[in-house]
Design a protein around this ligand. Structure first.
Ligand code: NDP
Length: 489
């Protein structure tokens, strides 16, 4: 069956191109999928436009739209095993992690299903005078271009697709060229749940060909993008020509601040998962460890010992604790990043060279790496590696910790570890980041907003704002007893 989904039909790419998808853990062929070009993207946009302008979905009662999202959640639960396996084969991540992702994805659809079904209706405005009726209604934005990355392919798609549909939009989804299979699976489930033709469209292919039209075509009303900072700037620039609504979820260089009074063992344990989960390919990875001076040596020794114990392996290796990087090109980038750090004076405490284990030879593995004695001017502290690399900086005072933490163009997430509750809240309040964890790292729930400050982007996913992102507020004013005003008479 072909892999592009346009106007309710599975269709091949117009020029017949296919792309091979290989598992980054060992290079095995996962499949070959249709590779869309600009014409395919244009056809998908036309289908979404038609479905939005003439189809039933935007006018379907919110309760019915919500019910459809709840059916999708149930279908995701039914197909969890197959989808998790597909996600692991495309990304190389451990199967158990893909299974956790699938639970979160179903929860996302359930949340937006319930929110959609219970919401809508708008609000009455008190105009203070008799004879008028004023209300604000929330309408869908229109045709949405949804562009997503490879690290959490289906999760990132779900965070956009569920609220976009809940609000009544039509969309064209373009997942990363490297990880298409679970997006195909999701679109099948949307069709099975009864979504009208043309509302959901899928193009697979490279960003410059299949993605650019979603940001630039005048028939698209909104582009919601998750990916890297450089691509995000391009998307925003392309969207400017037609003044599209834009939502950007970009990268992060997230501080993990550990004060000397933190619970030592717990903070060490979380410092490891903060940065090495999914081999660091997490936008909210705690890649900058800031440790209070008096704790530094003991804490970093323990983190290094823990990092050395992390076993690498493929998705179905039960002993593995983390997997490969997504591609050879990405591993090259991470290697160059570490080399730059060492040239700038960072001290390599562990990792830093490809694993010698012959069992890992065919995958894009890179070991957990700790760079100590880093400083705020270094490129490794400023740039996102999106790999398993931790930089360590020291601080003496709370003010210094906050200053170092905020000394970044990014503002996605951060954490503070201390047993002093007042200090925890003071620091949390001063961090310029969209998410702050106190004595924790990584958890999120669909009920709470997710997104960045500064150059980590703007707009919010999840939570009530995640639905509002895909809505336009419209004020409807009615004069109940119109009479001439006489202003110019
Ligand atoms: P990219 O920015 O390279 O790609 C993201 C998506 O954009 C892909 O689908 C890509 O297509 C597409 N794309 C590439 N160029 C264009 C273009 N000119 N116009 C439109 N679309 C384009 O990011 P990665 O896939 O490498 O993902 C890693 C990045 O994503 C990291 O920087 C990370 O921090 C960020 N990220 C942020 C998250 C957040 O919530 N803030 C969550 C997850 C990741 P293709 O790859 O197919 O060419």
């Amino acid at each position: 069956m072909p892999d592009l989904f346009i106007a309710g039909e599975w269709t091949a790419a117009l020029d017949g191109r296919l792309r091979e998808i290989r598992c980054p853990a060992d290079g095995t062929l996962v499949g070959a999928v249709d590779e869309a070009g600009p014409e395919d993207a244009s056809a998908a946009i036309a289908a979404a436009r038609d479905a939005f302008d003439r189809g039933p979905w935007p006018r379907t009662p919110a309760a019915e739209r919500g019910a459809l999202l709840l059916r999708v959640a149930a279908l995701l639960e039914r197909d969890k095993a197959a989808l998790a396996r597909a996600e692991s084969l495309d990304t190389g991540k451990r199967l158990v992690e893909s299974e956790y992702d699938l639970d979160d994805i179903a929860a996302c659809f359930r949340y937006f299903g319930a929110l959609t079904a219970s919401g809508g209706g708008g609000r009455i405005v008190d105009t203070g005078g008799a004879g008028t009726d004023s209300r604000v209604v929330y309408e869908p934005v229109g045709v949405c271009g949804l562009i997503t990355p490879w690290n959490y392919p289906l999760l990132q798609a779900a965070w956009k697709v569920a609220p976009a549909l809940g609000a009544g939009n039509a969309f064209v989804l373009k997942p990363s060229e490297l990880t298409p299979h679970t997006a195909i699976g999701l679109i099948r489930l949307l069709a099975e749940a009864g979504l009208p033709d043309g509302v959901a469209n899928l193009v697979l292919g490279a960003g410059p060909e299949a993605g650019v039209p979603l940001a630039s075509d005048p028939r698209v009303d909104m582009v919601s993008f998750t990916g890297g900072l450089v691509t995000g700037r391009r998307v925003m620039a392309a969207a400017a020509a037609t003044v599209k609504k834009v939502a950007l979820e970009l990268g992060g260089k997230n501080p993990n601040i550990v004060f000397a009074d933190a619970d030592f063992d717990t903070a060490v344990d979380y410092a490891l998962t903060a940065v090495f989960l999914h081999s660091g390919q997490v936008c909210s990875a705690g890649a900058r460890l800031l440790v209070q001076d008096e704790l530094h040596d003991r804490f970093v020794d323990a983190v290094v010992a823990g990092a050395r114990r992390i076993r690498l392996g493929g998705p179905f290796d039960p002993a593995a604790r983390t997997g490969p990087l997504i591609s050879a090109a990405h591993r090259d980038r991470v290697e160059a990043y570490v080399a730059a750090g060492l040239a700038e004076g960072a001290v390599l405490r562990c990792g830093g060279t490809r694993p010698a284990d012959p069992a890992l030879r065919d995958g894009f593995y890179y070991p957990p790496t700790v760079l100590d004695e880093c400083g705020p001017g270094m490129s490794v502290v400023r740039d996102e590696s999106f790999g398993p690399v931790l930089t360590v900086e020291r601080f003496r005072t709370e003010d210094e910790a906050v200053a170092l933490a905020n000394d970044t163009v990014y503002g996605l997430a951060g954490a503070v570890w201390t047993q002093d509750g007042e200090r925890a809240h003071r620091v949390a309040a001063r961090l310029r980041a969209g998410t702050v964890w106190i004595n924790d790292f990584h958890p999120y729930v669909p009920q709470a907003e997710w997104g960045g400050m500064k150059q980590s982007g703007f707009g919010r996913e999840l939570g009530p704002s995640g639905l509002a992102e895909y809505q336009e507020a419209k004020h409807i004013w009615r004069n109940l007893a119109p009479r001439p005003q006489g202003w110019f008479s």
